[in-house]
Design a protein around this ligand. Structure first.
Ligand code: CA
Length: 403
């Protein structure tokens, strides 16, 4: 921290998790007003749509709209210009009367961007090892491909919902190992997956590969992700093509998208890749992120998964996504997969916390395995910022009975 950094004039924001070194974006509404882009500062939201109309009309098409996609599509140079302008608006006391702040409690947040394609990876060695041990106790925990490529699958973009949206318990085909035939009914092993999502702000045509070095010009920022998972449906359906209906009923993302620029101080080296990777997956410099996650169940923190323990970097996941020539679209989202650290209290799924349901964990004095109707899960994320810690958007969801 230096003494020359300008301080924000917004009451209570300086030194908070939402100081001017953070400045995440969302799409907000208040009252009957149309939704538009907002930036969080302290416990307030800067009405960026109104600021653009009044002060930078050329940016109204990017900011006075009900989705982040036009801002994403504007490219990395514009992302930096808008961010510098927002810092100026929030630190120059002369701007106080020119902009409008909305109390955070008075705004409703929409899904922040129209999600194009959605891919989910499996980038935590600790998670993949735990799941391998639980599902295949007699085989190798990691399959032979795992350290050569970031394993992933294509998810369902259309069922991505914003934080706060209730999630109905899915129904589907379930077959326990002790049963001879499948039955149809509500999932009995509904779970969470605490993940981090990467929001693509660049279209890349078919046939073009994106290099690891293009990560910062391609990805706009990050969002929190809870990849709700029905383990009993998953265990029956996933062989041999991977997850399908066990995941596609809902995926929750944070309302707030934190720009990569805010996370620059959080960059750390990967924990170490002990198998050489092919050329297209190589990269220079620190490529991980030191982001702390908290998993809260009904008000009790049950796990603290560390993102810095992830084996594959987000740039490697991006390069892998396009190495076959697949296109990218503005609004594509790819997620990290469950974040689990080496310790028992760092596991990002109930499957692991309860070791397949066999070892209940304690939350709020009660023994728990999988989700019950009425449960509320909140994922919270923080990271080192330029002026102290910054808060990323939370991901909140309550389980409702099967509809
Ligand atoms: Ca997942």
């Amino acid at each position: 921290m230096t003494e020359t950094q300008p301080q924000t004039w917004v009451d209570g924001a300086a030194g908070s998790l939402y100081d001017v070194d953070n400045l995440p974006y969302a799409v907000v509404t208040t009252g009957d007003e149309p939704a538009q882009v907002g930036v969080r500062i302290g416990e307030q939201v800067l009405d960026l749509g109104a600021a653009a109309r009044a002060l930078r009309p050329a940016w109204t098409p990017l900011l006075g709209v009900d989705r982040l996609n036009p801002l994403l599509a504007a490219g990395a140079a514009t992302w930096a210009e808008v961010r510098a302008w927002v810092v100026d608006l929030l630190t120059d006391p002369g701007r106080r009367d020119q902009v409008r702040l909305l109390p955070l409690a008075d705004v409703a947040c929409r899904l922040p961007f129209e999600v194009a394609d959605y891919v989910d990876y499996y980038a935590s060695e600790h998670h993949a090892t735990n799941v391998g041990r639980i599902f295949r106790p007699d085989g190798a925990a990691l399959l032979p491909n795992w350290k050569h490529l970031p394993v992933g699958y294509h998810g369902r973009a259309g069922s991505i919902v914003v934080s706060g949206t209730p999630v109905h318990r899915p129904a589907g085909q379930r077959k326990a190992p002790t049963e001879d035939l499948p039955s149809y009914g509500p999932s009995r092993r509904l779970d969470i997956e605490a993940e981090l999502g990467f929001v693509v702000g660049r279209s890349v045509p078919l046939g073009t590969r994106v290099a690891t070095a293009e990560f910062a010009d391609t990805v706009f920022g990050v969002a929190g992700v809870n990849d709700w998972s029905a383990r009993d449906i998953q265990a029956w359906e996933y062989v041999p093509l991977g997850p399908h209906l066990a995941k596609s009923f809902a995926t929750s993302i944070s309302a707030w998208v934190t720009p990569l620029a805010a996370l620059e101080p959080a960059r750390v080296p990967l924990p170490g890749q002990d198998v050489p990777v092919l050329q297209y997956l190589r990269e220079e410099g620190p490529s991980g992120y030191d982001i702390e996650v908290e998993v809260e169940l009904n008000g009790t923190v049950v796990a603290r998964p560390p993102y810095r323990s992830m084996y594959w970097s987000p740039a490697q996941m991006l390069a892998h996504l396009t190495v076959n020539g697949a296109s990218l679209r503005v609004g594509d989202l790819y997620a990290s997969g469950t974040i689990s650290g080496p310790d028992k209290d760092q596991r990002g799924s109930f499957l692991e916390l309860s070791w397949g349901g066999r070892e209940p964990f304690v939350a709020g004095g009660a023994e728990r395995t999988f989700l019950e109707d009425g449960d509320e899960v909140v994922l919270r994320y923080t990271a080192p910022g330029a002026r102290g810690r910054i808060g990323l958007g939370e991901v909140r969801g309550r389980i409702l009975p099967t509809s």
